[in-house]
Design a protein around this ligand. Structure first.
Ligand SMILES: Cc1cc2nc3c(=O)[nH]c(=O)nc-3n(C[C@H](O)[C@H](O)[C@H](O)COP(=O)(O)O)c2cc1C
Length: 290
């Protein structure tokens, strides 16, 4: 799954300095250059970190008979959905004003989102799919941005990681509703270097580092108490000032963009959409119908 960064490294440098993503403890999240790709490791080759605590999995769920069809109470909020409408008037997006490459343009919009009232400005929806096309989507946090792409961190044994291991194609959506903006990205995800993951992991608050050790992400667990026990176990393992190592099963992915689309809400539903499509070493700029 790992790929060389080849042509991405040849792109003109992007000034993403304004777009440093604050890590949870305030450390800048713009990432350092990649080291060599890490070859996939078999479990028996893993470094000798302490074993992950056992989190009991759930007992088999009894089959529940299908009940009557769902009926929403009259007057429930869903009844008003068709009439929910908002007039978009906050901005315009013109081909003449955008940057020649999408990462510079993204950095400028991220800057706006960080400065503005966008809640969780670095939250993005990550969509993955199994090789036979079963999609799934979830929110993750953008933790690094440079001319190579968009970085997030996760558990390498999670459902999303299983998808990406078999099918590295991914899509991202930044839903910046407060700014009447949306950014969509499609591309290919590859693992970041261990050095890069280690540097980010070390910048996380202690409880987040312990949580990464304690959570067998995406697996069914018995109950909340099982998770709390697993957390207590890892908490007792490392002293307050002791270094908590980067779990072998945890790290970052970088989504190298192939297409990036910027959407700005406009009146009459004639929204502005400017798309960038990678072609060779450069980018083709296109206006898309809303
Ligand atoms: C605001 C927000 C931020 C999140 N950030 C991350 C993240 O950076 N990494 C991560 O693995 N999960 C994150 N999650 C949890 C994921 O949405 C998801 O539940 C989890 O990664 C398991 O996904 P999977 O089973 O599809 O692999 C976040 C959830 C929310 C709501």
């Amino acid at each position: 799954m790992e790929q060389a960064h080849g042509d991405a490294a040849d792109l003109p440098p992007v000034d993403t300095s304004a777009a440093a993503i604050p890590a949870a403890d305030g450390a800048a999240g713009v990432v350092s250059p990649d080291g060599p790709p890490i070859p996939g490791r078999r479990p028996e080759e893993r470094p000798p970190f302490p074993p992950v605590p056992e989190v009991p999995s759930a007992a088999p769920v009894p089959t529940v008979p299908v009940g009557p069809p769902v009926s929403l109470p009259p007057g429930a909020p869903a009844a008003g959905l068709a009439a929910l409408r908002r007039r978009y008037a906050r901005g315009e997006l013109d081909e003449a004003d955008v940057a020649p490459d999408p990462l510079t343009q993204f950095a400028a919009w991220l800057d706006d989102a960080l400065a503005g009232e966008v809640p969780e400005p670095n939250a993005m929806v990550l969509a993955t799919a199994t090789p036979d096309g079963v999609p799934s989507a979830r929110t993750v946090l953008l933790k690094g941005l440079d001319e190579r792409g968009f970085v997030f961190y996760t558990n390498y044994e999670s459902a999303k990681a299983a998808d990406l291991g078999a099918n590295p194609r991914a899509a991202l959506v930044f839903p910046w509703h407060a700014m009447e903006r949306q950014v969509r990205v499609t591309g290919t995800a590859e693992r970041v270097s261990r050095e890069e993951s280690a540097a980010y992991f070390a910048s996380r608050p202690r409880d987040s580092r312990l949580g990464a050790w304690a959570s067998p992400q995406s697996q069914v667990v018995a109950d909340r108490a099982a998770l709390d026990r697993a957390y207590a176990e890892v908490e007792a393992r490392w002293g307050e000032d002791e270094e908590i190592p980067l779990p072998d099963f945890w790290g970052g992915y970088r989504v190298r963009p192939e297409t990036v689309e910027f959407w700005q809400g406009r009146h009459g539903r004639l929204h502005d959409r400017i798309g960038y499509r990678r072609e060779g070493e450069g980018w083709v700029l296109e206006r898309l119908a809303p």
